[in-house]
Each structure stands twice: as structure tokens, then as C-alpha cells.
Design a protein around this ligand. Structure first.
Ligand code: AQP
Length: 335
């Protein structure tokens, strides 16, 4: 008997240039995960519409994101890479799950509170987007969802919606679990280390973008906020030293070294020396990543072929769940 692997789904919104936060929080784990899970990696373009309204930017960002998936080591022979809008089942299940979600639970979503605070014009999709995310996950009978800390609440909401549906109709959806690493699950802004690093931040100095040139990376790290403790000492303490702790998280993820080990190596150093080390490792890492990214990005025919094949496979998988849902609800599937 061949035992099937657990199913894992992860996604990134092509809502702008990807950040080192997106990479450290999720994408850096994807390549290894392919060996232990049946992986689906989605480009969540419908989600991006909540923010991104520029046709040219969105189009570019979708292809950029596929290129990054590949350059992070996702192998289309082992995993499915697909664009959300190519698989209509997501929107269909989204509507159905809207009918099983409560207004009050959506109001509690921290991401919505943060995003709606920053803007006077809030679209309804921003409010409803956790339900589309639930549809993304539940369509594939997903067991695990690797996410950054900010998305944990949405995975919990997904479990609640699935549980509610299952209680009414019997077992239809697998209840997914978030996969969150102890370190690197919330990379903070460089100048405001009490705020999550985000690709849509208007202050670009807060963010290391995966496509930043090396000079920019060095300058952003050198200007990153630290603290005025005297004498200066490098140690990990999110409350007292959010800036230094954030740089330690970044360095640890990029070098694959535990923070405890790094702290021994950094003992007695000045903040400026520490920053130089972070900037040096980050620059080398990004240089390599960008080289691989550029090779993929220059071949749009290949990128579109991967997206097409991914869509075909995802449609087949997701349709099984949608058909089951239709059946349970009393909807009639197409003969
Ligand atoms: N700063 C972060 N630290 C760790 N993980 C992060 N993620 C995002 N920012 C960080 C994780 O990256 C994955 C993809 O995120 P997303 O694009 O789906 O949406 P997001 O969480 O809203 O990311 P951004 O960068 O903040 O985008 P915008 O500015 O467009 O809203 C997720 O697993 C997320 O947890």
C-alpha cells in the first residue's frame, strides 16, 4: 500500500514586490517541504486585487512571483504551482463559504483592523478576503499551511468555517493546521520594528525587497533602527531591543544558524559591525537569488507553461471537493 503524503498549501499575493519577510516567513521552507508533503503553491492574484488596481503592475507581479517560486527551489515536477484566478473553483467555494461565515468573526481579524486603519476607502473584499483564503485551503483537503504569524488567525478562521460546515453536512473538509516557525515568522519593519514588514508599506526604507539592488540593501540595513542602550550590547529581546532582535532574526534565517550561536559569534561587537555582517550576508544571498530569478523571469513562455499545467492539475483536485460540496448542499453539478 502506498501511503499518500500530507497535503500542504501556501500562497503569496502578487500585490507588489516580494519582501524578505515573505521569503523568511514562508518561501524559504518550500523547497524542503516538497520532499515530505504533496505541495500546492498558489499565486493569490484574486487576493491581490484588494490592493493592486494597476493592470500592468499586477500582470508583471504575477509572473515575478512565479519566477521567485522557482528560484526558491520549487520544482514543478514535484509540486503544483498555479495562479488562483485560473482555478474558478476558488471563487465558487468562496461564495458558498460566505454563507457559512459570520460577520462578527470577520470583524475580529487583526489584519483587517490594521489595513482598514490605514485607509479611508476600504473595499468589501478586504473584509471578506479571509473567506477566500479559507476556500483556497479547503478546496485541496489541505493538512498544513505554512504561514507567517500574521496569517495564523486566518487559518484558525478557516478551521472554524470547515468545522461549522462539517457539523451540518458530515465530513467534507479536512481541518488544516498552520505551520509557523519559532523564529522568522514575523519580520519587522527596519525603521519601525514594532510594525510588520509589508510589501505595501509606503516607506520603502522599512522594507528589504527581494529585488533591491545591493547598494540599497546595504544602505537600508545600515539605517535600520536599533536602540540607544549604553554600552551597546547585542542580544535577543523583542520587547527591549526590537530592532536588534529583528536583525538577528533576519541573519539567522539567511545563514541557517541558531540565534544562540550567532550571539556567541557577535559578542563584543559594535552595532555598526553587526549591521555590516547582516548587510554582507543579505547582499550575497539576494545576489544569488536574483541571478536565478532573472533566468526564469526572462522566459515568459516557460512561466506560462508552468501556470497552465498547474491550473489543469489544481482544477481536477479542487473540483472533487466542490462537487462534494454541491452535492451536500443540494446544488446540481453540471451533467
Ligand atoms: N513580515 C513578514 N514576516 C514573516 N512572514 C511574512 N509574510 C508576510 N509578511 C511577513 C508571510 O508571507 C506570506 C505571503 O504573504 P501575502 O503576500 O499573502 O500577504 P501579507 O501577509 O499581507 O504580506 P505583505 O507583505 O504584508 O503584503 P501586503 O502589504 O500586500 O499586505 C504569508 O504566509 C505571510 O504570513
Amino acid at each position: 500500500m502506498i501511503l499518500s503524503k500530507p497535503i500542504l498549501l501556501s500562497a503569496v499575493q502578487p500585490s507588489g514586490n516580494l519582501t524578505i519577510g515573505n521569503y523568511i516567513g514562508t518561501m524559504r521552507h518550500w523547497s524542503k517541504m516538497q520532499n515530505n508533503y504533496e505541495c500546492l503553491y498558489c499565486i493569490a492574484d484574486l487576493h491581490a486585487l484588494t490592493i493592486q488596481k494597476n493592470k500592468i503592475h499586477l500582470n508583471k507581479s504575477i509572473l515575478d512571483t512565479i519566477s521567485f517560486y522557482l528560484s526558491c527551489g520549487v520544482d514543478p515536477q514535484k509540486s503544483i504551482i498555479f495562479i488562483q484566478s485560473h482555478v474558478y473553483q476558488h471563487s465558487q467555494l468562496n461564495w458558498i463559504l460566505n454563507c457559512f461565515s459570520q460577520f462578527s468573526e470577520l470583524l475580529r481579524m487583526t489584519q483587517f483592523k490594521i489595513k482598514s486603519n490605514c485607509s479611508k476607502k476600504i473595499n468589501a473584499a478586504l473584509f471578506n478576503y479571509p473567506i477566500l483564503m479559507a476556500a483556497d485551503i479547503l478546496l485541496y483537503q489541505t493538512n498544513f499551511v505554512p504561514v507567517g504569524q500574521d496569517q495564523k488567525q486566518h487559518v484558525e478562521l478557516t478551521r472554524n468555517i470547515a468545522h461549522r460546515f462539517n457539523s451540518l453536512y458530515g465530513h467534507v473538509f479536512t481541518l488544516p493546521k498552520p505551520l509557523i516557525t519559532q523564529h522568522g515568522s514575523k519580520i519587522m519593519s527596519l525603521l519601525e520594528p514594532n510594525k510588520k514588514m509589508s510589501k505595501s508599506d509606503i516607506n520603502k526604507k522599512n522594507v528589504i525587497f527581494l529585488l533591491d539592488d545591493i547598494k540599497t540593501v546595504i544602505s537600508k540595513i545600515q539605517n535600520a533602527y536599533t536602540d540607544s542602550e549604553t554600552p551597546s550590547k547585542i542580544y535577543y529581546d523583542i520587547e527591549k531591543k526590537p530592532g536588534i532582535s529583528n536583525l538577528l532574526e533576519i541573519l539567522s534565517a539567511i545563514t541557517n544558524k541558531d540565534i544562540d550561536i550567532l550571539l556567541k559569534e557577535l559578542e563584543g561587537m559594535l552595532y555598526s559591525e553587526f549591521k555590516n555582517i547582516v548587510a554582507d550576508h543579505l547582499s550575497k544571498f539576494l545576489y544569488k537569488l536574483q541571478k536565478s530569478y532573472n533566468d526564469y523571469r526572462n522566459d515568459e513562455v516557460y512561466l506560462k507553461k508552468i501556470a497552465y499545467e498547474g491550473a489543469m492539475k489544481s482544477q481536477l483536485k479542487s473540483d472533487k471537493t466542490l462537487t462534494k460540496v454541491y452535492d451536500k448542499l443540494g446544488l446540481i453539478p453540471l451533467f
